[in-house]
Design a protein around this ligand. Structure first.
Ligand code: URA
Length: 188
């Protein structure tokens, strides 16, 4: 794909970051600007993030493919394979606590065999230290308006997941020293 792309689109955002978003592949605008999700789907993503008080500055955003497939066709298995070491390395460097999986291609890459996006969107799936939340791809909602309400509902749910998962640990409970013992310590 390097032959047909304008430039690679690796990803943007803070590193490390608690939240990482993984989409499918750069489109026309992303290929031109070198940044993921800057076209129409990106505008919808920004609106959904703002809905739950997040902005691009709070999340690391990338795609399964780092180059635009010609004519925006679906990623091919060998392309997904070739880009997969980059995604793996990004996960290792960004160290997210929560990964938002946008659409079926990212779902198939990150959670193969997990089922269809229409069945599991909006659910929290824990795998060891990492939590995944599959969501409809914003571009799918631009084609099928009825998915916008699902995305809004899932983002509201996501806010609640993040509040739980990213809450600071409670302060340590002070250990009460038995009185007699503390008296003895004072005398020493
Ligand atoms: N769709 C994606 O999956 N990624 C982008 O970066 C833009 C649109």
């Amino acid at each position: 794909m390097h032959a047909t792309r304008t430039q690679a689109v690796p990803g943007v955002g803070p590193c490390p970051s608690d939240v990482m978003i993984v989409g499918e592949a750069p489109g026309f605008n992303e290929d031109r600007q070198g940044e993921p999700f800057v076209g129409a789907a990106g505008k919808l993503l920004d609106t959904l993030l703002a809905r739950i008080s997040l902005s691009r500055a709070d999340v690391y955003i990338t795609n399964v493919l780092k180059c635009r497939p010609p004519m925006n066709r679906d990623p091919m298995p060998n392309e997904v394979e070739s880009c997969s070491p980059y995604l793996k390395e990004q996960l290792a460097l960004v160290k997210p606590k929560v990964v938002l999986i946008l659409g079926r291609h990212a779902l198939e890459r990150l959670m193969p065999g997990q089922g269809s996006i229409s069945r599991i969107h909006g659910t929290l799936i824990k795998r060891g230290e990492l939590a995944y939340v599959p969501l409809y791809h914003p571009a799918a909602a631009l084609h099928n308006g009825s998915l916008v309400a699902d995305l809004e509902h899932d983002f509201d749910q996501l806010r609640r997941y993040l509040d739980q998962l990213l809450a600071p640990p409670p302060p340590p409970v002070p250990v009460a020293v038995p009185k007699q013992e503390s008296e003895q310590l004072r005398l020493l």
